[in-house]
Design a protein around this ligand. Structure first.
Ligand SMILES: Cc1cc2nc3c(=O)[nH]c(=O)nc-3n(C[C@H](O)[C@H](O)[C@H](O)COP(=O)(O)OP(=O)(O)OC[C@H]3O[C@@H](n4cnc5c(N)ncnc54)[C@H](O)[C@@H]3O)c2cc1C
Length: 373
């Protein structure tokens, strides 16, 4: 079924609560309706945009002079198991299925693979768009394929590698394609004793009282993740003003290792590419030329850079209703009645401070619609 509205306010449909209206809004509750709505909007020549839970967008104050199509198709289908595979449980999930409800269901069933991503807001269809991840797990590890409505108006199934999922990125987010995700196929581990995948995030391991690399009961992992996230305002909660955000506003910058050496020694950094292979030279063989050194990449901590640029939690520009969260340096919050322009002004200020201090340009994580930084 498809619901149609005109001049529909968009701010209440986003977690940051900013943005002007959509000229038209269509709510599509089945995959077929979603396809029809997108094809119709395309054919009309109007601007169009697919929206899920609105938790990773910042919509400009002028709104969208076109059609916003809300992917509201629900459903979780169990596909035939893949015997012999370590991830034998196969699920097909419709785009509009709320992500955290899906995670809760997998945990209840004793299926491992999504538990550390408990509490991430938004829809399942948006999960591959930026390859969501948290606490050492990302959707790329469980994603098998997506069904999309392609740029050319055809429905097709794309295997996960075709999406080139990376750190908070995919071809769907950055590749210029306007493919619409209709459903997502996942492969999960049937855990007979309902235990998690190995814990890979130190803070989570500590909260669970296990060593890194060990597993823990799935329900315990979900509860611990939700507690940790709540303490940072990272679970949507009407009673928590620090959760009125789009999650982390900036991604952790990835820079060359040589650039990273110019930063203060205490700046956190993590190598993101494997070490070049060591070259074994058999004894007695002719000397070989040393391999050309490979420039490795290093991930920096955006939160550390912001804090060291003297921007503290709770910071706001004079008279502005946009602020840095009091619980999480990376989240920008709407403290009440903020405009998208105020959010953008604060984001630019932070970018400028970090740029002048460290020479790093922070990149926004949410998708900006009708707004520039
Ligand atoms: C409090 C909070 C905490 C968060 N924590 C995390 C976290 O830990 N890790 C993380 O990775 N993210 C996090 N996020 C960001 C966000 O929840 C995820 O990116 C989520 O996947 C966005 O889903 P959505 O349905 O709300 O997408 P939307 O915000 O509605 O859309 C985001 C983008 O995806 C596109 N899109 C949406 N649905 C489709 C579709 N079916 N087909 C094609 N394109 C589509 C939209 O056009 C838009 O460009 C957080 C956000 C908030 C508010």
């Amino acid at each position: 079924m498809t619901a149609f509205r005109e001049s529909e306010p968009l701010a209440p449909r986003t977690t940051l609560r900013v943005g002007g209206p959509a000229a038209r809004l269509v709510e599509a509750t089945t995959a077929d309706d979603l396809v029809d709505a997108v094809l119709e909007a395309r054919d009309s020549g109007d601007d169009w945009l697919v929206l899920g839970g609105g938790s990773n967008v910042v919509i400009g104050d002028d709104g969208v002079d076109g059609t916003v199509i809300v992917a509201a198709s629900r459903g979780i289908e169990r596909l035939p198991d893949a015997p012999g595979s370590s991830r034998a449980i196969r699920l097909r999930v419709q785009a509009g299925e709320p992500w955290d409800e899906l995670v809760a269901r997998t945990v209840e069933n004793g299926w491992a693979g999504l538990e550390a991503m408990s509490g991430i807001p938004g829809s399942t269809g948006a999960a591959p768009i930026q390859n969501i991840g948290a606490y050492g797990q990302e959707v790329a590890e469980s994603l098998v394929a997506v069904e999309v409505l392609d740029d050319d108006g055809q429905r097709r199934t794309l295997p996960a590698p075709a999406l080139r999922l990376g750190y908070r990125s995919s071809v769907l987010k950055h590749g210029g394609t306007r493919a619409v995700v209709l459903s997502v196929d996942l492969a999960l581990e049937a855990s007979p004793d309902a235990r998690s995948r190995p814990i890979r995030y130190a803070q989570l391991a500590e909260a669970l009282g296990v060593d890194l690399g060990q597993s823990a009961p799935l329900v315990g992992v979900r509860a611990a993740v939700l507690r940790l996230r709540s303490s940072k305002g990272m679970v949507l909660d009407a009673a928590d003003p620090d959760s009125v955000s789009a999650g982390s506003f900036f991604t952790n910058p990835i820079v060359s290792e040589s650039f990273a050496r110019t930063l203060p020694v205490e700046a956190p950094r993590f190598v993101v590419e494997p070490e070049p292979p060591t070259l074994a030279v058999p004894l007695g063989s002719d000397p070989v030329r040393p391999p050309v050194p490979i420039e490795r990449h290093v991930k920096l901590s955006a939160a550390w850079l912001i804090e060291r640029a003297s921007i503290v939690r709770g910071f706001a520009l004079p008279g502005s209703r946009a602020a840095v969260s009091k619980k999480h340096t990376l989240a920008l919050v709407n403290t009440g009645g903020a405009t998208a322009a105020e959010i953008a002004q604060l984001a630019r200020y932070i970018q400028t401070r970090v740029m002048s201090e460290f020479g790093v340009v922070l990149q926004p994580e949410p998708v900006l619609v009708g707004l520039e930084l």
